[in-house]
Design a protein around this ligand. Structure first.
Ligand code: ATP
Ligand code: MG
Length: 378
């Protein structure tokens, strides 16, 4: 085997002071779940984690999955060897090809060895005749050597992780997921900040089964790479729609948002989720004015976070492309369409929304919608 292990670095988790243990514990649990079937042995190694594998196939599979786990700042495949200059050189020889030119970067996390990091580099220079590859301090390829108490770790590539915090370390959230471009991206950013996300989707189908087998399933599949488990609540929109038939269309969108928040609040009680996540971005569309946001969220107890607030639409699209959700989001979909009116009111106030909510008997509609709701797990 070229590499025996993967080294995982936590990054921001180091800032967490006394809670550090809990954050790292959570991350390790999430890694264990993600690497199921890879037969990884996990060993703490000071400020990093080492994952040992029995075969290269499992190691490569694990490397693919680690790229999706929030809380990991970077990781790299490593070859392990004894803490002697000779065995470090021997191991380096199996990592590179004849045609490679490599720069050596040595450091010691453990200072108890007889040699220092400068002597590692000079050891390579002295033995350059026995090396398979060339060394040059300006080379693009790099051999990173880290001497630890347990032995030397050799690596040549670092893969950037998601960063952020382990899913679950910030509690649980209900994420409002439409079939559009924005809410998959906001769900990702919520997970990145440690929220364990449960999704709520309101659909325009006649029954939940149709929604469950729609493109929403594909969207959730992509998002669930980032989280140990994913739950989706599917609720039909027709109860809301028939309750609001008589009101002017321009008010419907903000009322729908209030209804979504109320539904998310009820799901939150069941799921012990104290946060709601939406893909709104200030002023992006007529309905997303600060005034409308305030009117729609009035009286909602959970904190509502809008991770995309500082993003332009093009930036959101760029991120959606990188996540792989964009192509699914733009596929045609049976949206909750009558609600997408072209001229929504841009400045609704809380009193008007509450009055309409009451006159349309949306409390009753909410009860009925909860009865009709289904929940599926990914
Ligand atoms: P998106 O691209 O996420 O649909 P958008 O720019 O189209 O966002 P709106 O349609 O106004 O904006 O919706 C704003 C937010 O409300 C969405 O990002 C999402 O969080 C939530 N939302 C909208 N429609 C639904 C729905 N049918 N089910 C669940 N949440 C929804
Ligand atoms: Mg939308």
């Amino acid at each position: 085997m070229k590499y025996e292990a993967i080294v995982v670095h936590y990054g921001e988790l180091w800032l967490k002071g006394r809670n550090r243990g809990a954050f790292i514990g959570r991350l390790k649990d999430n890694i264990r779940i993600a690497l199921k079937g890879c037969n990884a042995r996990m060993v703490d190694n000071r400020d990093r984690l080492l994952l040992y594998f029995k075969d290269e196939k499992s190691l490569n599979k694990a490397a693919e999955r680690l790229a999706y786990i929030p809380g990991i700042s970077w990781f790299g495949k490593v070859a392990l060897t004894k803490n002697t200059i000779d065995s470090i050189i021997k191991t380096a020889n199996r990592m590179f090809e004849k045609s490679d030119t490599v720069r050596i970067n040595a450091k010691r996390s453990y200072k108890g060895t007889k040699f220092n990091s400068y002597e590692i580099v000079s050891g390579f220079i002295k033995k350059s005749k026995g090396l398979k590859f060339k060394i040059d301090k300006d080379a693009k390829k790099e051999l990173m050597i880290n001497v630890t108490k347990e032995g030397a770790l050799l690596s040549s590539e670092r893969t950037k992780g998601v960063g952020g915090l382990p899913v679950g370390s910030s509690g649980r959230a209900v994420s409002l997921l439409s079939g559009g471009i924005d809410s998959p991206v906001s769900s990702f950013y919520a997970m990145k900040r440690g929220l364990d996300v449960v999704y709520l989707h309101m659909h325009a189908f006649n029954n939940n089964k149709q929604a469950e087998s729609s493109k929403m399933k594909n969207l959730v599949e992509i998002l669930s790479r980032y989280s140990p488990s994913s739950k989706v609540y599917y609720a039909p929109a027709y109860v809301f729609q028939s309750a609001t038939l008589k009101i002017p269309r321009k008010y419907e969108l903000v009322l729908f948002r209030r209804f979504l928040f109320r539904l998310a609040e009820e799901i939150g009680k069941k799921e012990k989720a104290t946060t709601i996540v939406t893909g709104e971005s200030v002023g992006q569309v007529a309905s997303q004015t600060i005034g409308n946001m305030a009117a729609s969220q009035h009286g909602i107890e959970p904190i509502i976070i809008r991770p995309l607030t500082g993003f332009d639409k093009m930036e959101i699209i760029e991120k959606a492309r990188a996540l792989g959700t964009y192509e699914i989001s733009i596929k045609s979909y049976k949206d909750v369409c009558s609600i997408g009116v072209s001229n929504p009111s841009t400045n609704m106030n809380e009193r008007l929304v509450s009055k309409l909510y009451k006159s349309c008997k949306l409390d009753l509609a909410l009860k009925r919608t909860i009865e009709l709701m289904s929940c599926s797990k990914n």
